[in-house]
Design a protein around this ligand. Structure first.
Ligand SMILES: Nc1ncnc2c1ncn2[C@@H]1O[C@H](COP(=O)(O)OP(=O)(O)OP(=O)(O)O)[C@@H](O)[C@H]1O
Ligand SMILES: O=P(O)(O)OC[C@H]1O[C@H](OP(=O)(O)OP(=O)(O)O)[C@H](O)[C@@H]1O
Ligand SMILES: O=C(O)c1cccnc1
Ligand SMILES: [Mg+2]
Length: 491
C-alpha cells in the first residue's frame, strides 16, 4: 500500500507542478528570438531584465510578491532536454542552423545572476521584484516562464492577504477552491499561495501533501441527504443478516452505539441523542417532530465516526427548525459521553442573521446545562464569499469564526491577472528604454537597486530605486526621493 502511495507521489513530483515548469513552457517567440540573437552574434551580449508590475491589483494599494521559490528551482534546473531539441527541430524552419540546436542543448543558467525581493514581501508598482542578468539569449528565454511563475502566485497571495485583512487576525480562513480553480496546476498554486498570503489551511489534500499546508474540512450536503431515517445507521446487509438469523439483535445495536471517551463500554448513542433532543427542544425552541430525521441520522453517523471532530453542515433543510436543533442534540449527546463537538457550517442564506441565531442557541444551551465551552463552538460560513461580503458582514455584525472560501479567492474574480512584465533595461552596461504612447508603459532604463526606507517609528515610508553606482541611503540622513513618473514642479 505504502509503495503505491510513494509511486503516486513520485509521479506528481516528476510530472505535475515541477515537471511542467521547464524551458519550453514558453512562448515560441522566445526561441525564435534566441535564434536570431545567436545568428547575429549577440549570444554573449550581457543583458539585464527587470520583472515588475505596473498597477496594484484589485484597485488596492499593495501586492504580495510570491513565486520566487519556484523561480529559483527553475533557474537551477534550466536546460533543454534531447526530446525538447528534437521537438524544436520540428517547430523551427528546416533551414535553422544545426549549431543553434547544439548551442540550445548546452545552455544552462550558470552565467545568469538573479537578484530578488524576498518572497512574501509587500511590494509596489514599477519596482523590480526580480532582476535577471546574463547572456542576452539566455535571459530572454526566461521571460515567459518567470512571468508565469510570478503573476498568478503574487495575484492570489495578494487576494488571500486582502481576505485576511478583511476578516481580521482571529478568524480561521480555509481555502475551498479546488473544484473551481483553473485546472489542477491552478488549484495547487492557489492552495500554496493562499497559505502564503495568510490562509490557515486548505481542503486540497494533494496541496497538503506536497507543500505541508494544514488540510481541513467539514462535510457536504450529499452526506446529509444520503440518510433518510435512523435505521440508516444500521448496515443494510446486517439488517438482512439479522432477518436471516445470521446476526443477533445485540450485534446490530452496536452500529448505533458509541463508547464514552473514558470507557470501553458501548452506549446506545441514538437513545442518548433522542433523550437530549427532548431536553433541549424547549430551551432553543424547536419541535422534535419537525426536524429532519435523515439529517439527525447523518449527524449521528458523523459523530460516531469523529466523536472529537464533529462539525455539521446545518443548512440542508432548514437551519433553525432542523439543522441547528439536530446539531445541538448530537453535540450534547457527545458531551454526555465526554466528547467536545467542534461546531457547524452555514452554506446559504443570510450569514449574519443565521450566525447570530446559532450563537444565541449555543449560549442558551451553555447556560442552561452549565457547559461553558458550548457557547464558543465554531461557526463556519461558506457560499460564494468574497472580500466585500466579509466587509459587509463586519458592518452588520456576525458570529462567524471561520470562513471557507473557494471561487472568488482562487479565480481572483475581482481581477483575474496581475500584469507583471519582464523588460530589458540594459545591454552591455548601456541603459535601454522602451518608449510608448502610453506613459505607464515606458520602462525605467538601467539596472537599479531598491531600498525600503523606514521612519523612526519603524514604519516603512517609501521604496527608493537607485542606480548601482549612486551612494546608498544612510540611516539618519535625509534622502531626496522623486516619483519616477508623477513629477511635481514648484515655481
Ligand atoms: N448578511 C450578508 N451580508 C452580505 N452578504 C451576504 C450575507 N449573507 C450571505 N451573503 C452572501 O450573499 C450571496 C447570496 O446569498 P443568497 O442567500 O442569495 O444565496 P443562497 O442562500 O446561496 O441562495 P440561492 O442558492 O438560492 O441563490 C452569497 O454570496 C453570500 O455569501
Ligand atoms: O462558494 P465557494 O466560495 O466557491 O466555496 C466552496 C463551495 O463549494 C461547496 O459547495 P458547492 O458550491 O459545490 O455547492 P453549492 O452551490 O450547493 O453550495 C461549498 O459548500 C461551498 O459553497
Ligand atoms: O470541507 C468543506 O467543507 C468543503 C470543501 C470543499 C468545498 N466546500 C466545502
Ligand atoms: Mg456553493
Amino acid at each position: 500500500m505504502s509503495g503505491d502511495g510513494d509511486e503516486g507521489f513520485q509521479r506528481i513530483q516528476n510530472k505535475s507542478q515541477n515537471g511542467v515548469i521547464q524551458p519550453i513552457l514558453t512562448d515560441l517567440y522566445q526561441i525564435t528570438m534566441s535564434y536570431a540573437y545567436w545568428k547575429s552574434g549577440k549570444m554573449n551580449d550581457y543583458a539585464v531584465f527587470d520583472l515588475y508590475f505596473r498597477k496594484n491589483p484589485f484597485r488596492g494599494e499593495f501586492t504580495v510578491f510570491a513565486g520566487l521559490e519556484e523561480v529559483v528551482k527553475f533557474l537551477q534546473n534550466f536546460h533543454f532536454s534531447d526530446s525538447d531539441i528534437k521537438y524544436l527541430r520540428t517547430v523551427l524552419p528546416p533551414y535553422t542552423e544545426d549549431e543553434f540546436f547544439t548551442y540550445l542543448r548546452n545552455l544552462t543558467a550558470k552565467d545568469v545572476t538573479m537578484y530578488a525581493i524576498d518572497e512574501g514581501t509587500v511590494v509596489f508598482p514599477k519596482e523590480p521584484l526580480i532582476v535577471i542578468e546574463g547572456p542576452l539569449p539566455v535571459v530572454q528565454l526566461m521571460e515567459t516562464p518567470l512571468l508565469n511563475l510570478v503573476n498568478y502566485a503574487s495575484l492570489v497571495a495578494t487576494n488571500s492577504m486582502r481576505f485576511r485583512l478583511a476578516a481580521g487576525p482571529d478568524k480561521t480562513l480555509l481555502e475551498f477552491g479546488l473544484r473551481r480553480a483553473q485546472g489542477p496546476d491552478g488549484a495547487l498554486s492557489a492552495s500554496r499561495y493562499c497559505y502564503l498570503g495568510g490562509f490557515d489551511g486548505t481542503s486540497n489534500v494533494l496541496a497538503g501533501k506536497l507543500y505541508g499546508i494544514p488540510v481541513k474540512g467539514t462535510h457536504a450536503h450529499a452526506f446529509v441527504t444520503s440518510y433518510t431515517a435512523l435505521e440508516d445507521l444500521q448496515y443494510q446487509d446486517e439488517v438482512e443478516a439479522y432477518i436471516d438469523g445470521r446476526l443477533n439483535n445485540q450485534e446490530i445495536y452496536l452500529q448505533k452505539s458509541l463508547k464514552p471517551s473514558n470507557s470501553q463500554e458501548d452506549v446506545d448513542f441514538v437513545a442518548v441523542c433522542l433523550k437530549w433532543q427532548k431536553k433541549i427542544a424547549p430551551v432553543i425552541d424547536f419541535l422534535p417532530d419537525q426536524v429532519s430525521v435523515g439529517e439527525l441520522a447523518a449527524f449521528i453517523s458523523y459523530a460516531q465516526a469523529f466523536p472529537n471532530g464533529f462539525l455539521a453542515l446545518i443548512d440542508t433543510y432548514d437551519v433553525i427548525r432542523s439543522g441547528l436543533a439536530n446539531f445541538c442534540t448530537v453535540a450534547l449527546a457527545l458531551a454526555e459521553l465526554g466528547y467536545r463537538a467542534i461546531g457547524i457550517r452555514l452554506d446559504s442564506g443570510d450569514l449574519s442573521y443565521l450566525s447570530h441565531i446559532v450563537r444565541d442557541s449555543f449560549r442558551k444551551i451553555s447556560r442552561k446545562f452549565e457547559i461553558p465551552w458550548f457557547e464558543n463552538l465554531t461557526i463556519v460560513a461558506s457560499n460564494d464569499i468574497n472580500e466585500d461580503t466579509i466587509h459587509s458582514l463586519n458592518q452588520q455584525g456576525h458570529e462567524i469564526n471561520s470562513f471557507g472560501i473557494g471561487t472568488h479567492l482562487v479565480t481572483c474574480q475581482k481581477q483575474p491577472a496581475l500584469g507583471c512584465v519582464y523588460k530589458l533595461v540594459e545591454v552591455n552596461s548601456k541603459a535601454r528604454i522602451k518608449l510608448s504612447e502610453d506613459v505607464e508603459k515606458v520602462t525605467i532604463p538601467g539596472k537599479k537597486l531598491v531600498y525600503r526606507l523606514f521612519g523612526h517609528d519603524g514604519n516603512a515610508l517609501v521604496d527608493l530605486m537607485q542606480q548601482p553606482l549612486e551612494e546608498a541611503p544612510k540611516v539618519g540622513t535625509r534622502v531626496l526621493c522623486r516619483h519616477p513618473f508623477q513629477v511635481r514642479f514648484t515655481l
